[in-house]
Design a protein around this ligand. Sequence first.
Ligand code: DON
Length: 300
Amino acid sequence: MQALLDQIAAEMAQATDRGRVADYIPELAKIDPNQFGIAVALPSGEVLTAGDAETPFSIQSISKVFTLAIALGRLGDQIWTRVGREPSGLAFNSILQLEQENGIPRNPFVNAGAIAVTDAILQGRQPREVLAELIRFIQAAAEDDSITINQAVAKSEQATAHRNIALAEFMAAMGNLRNPTALAIGTYVHQCAVEMTAAQLARAGRFLLGAPGCPRLVSIARIRRINALMMTCGHYDASGEFAYRVGLPGKSGVGGGILAIAPGKASIAVWSPGLNDYGNSKLGAFAIEKLARGMGWSVF
Ligand code: DON
């Protein structure tokens, strides 16, 4: 596998069409697109890497997997009264469906759905308590207590969060937000600003493998359900394409990271900051496709 990872990293280093870095969050617009890292964590905890796998990046929407796991733990199936479980077929930050569907977001991974999940786990607490719980969860999953939030990224997103504030205010108008909008959004932009390396993210994904030796933070039944949502909704309106090409559950973020899970076998993290038209890492998706094919990993 190490030879395959080295080969993928070498190939990605040559790529000229690398996509565009997210520029609607000013701090992310500064990131050099000529970077690529890949890491694979095995159930044993062993991690294989290639490229820039030790460079921290903003996990952004990948944080939504961790907040969903926390929400399922705190609220159980009650969370499904606040958010649906269907792919949206629309961009991650789309406003359109929310009005048509009475303020109930389609799934926990589109921005509106993730804001509803974050609001649900606030439960009247202060954002700092929820963020501390999230960081503890991620650190336990990664077995690494050095993981933190990049405050500059959080501040930068907060300053330009108009669309997310609009989504939150609309949900408030429809009775689907329990806390003041500012608290829900403040928590949300900080969760998105968690910073990790590909090696750390691959390790953190081991809690979704359901294999002996992995941190057991959620039940096997919930591991299956979180993976199902990653497969159907984890890449927004490109989720079908990712399932077709890669055949594994995955979750992307506009920082250019992707976490993919080969159930029972491996947790894979890639990072390349250039995005495709759907806001997912362009080279990241290619790289996971090559790795999954090379290793014969697929849930099908
Ligand atoms: O709310 C936002 O727009 C960002 N903090 C997260 C969006 C994101 O990562 C979409 N993923 N590809």
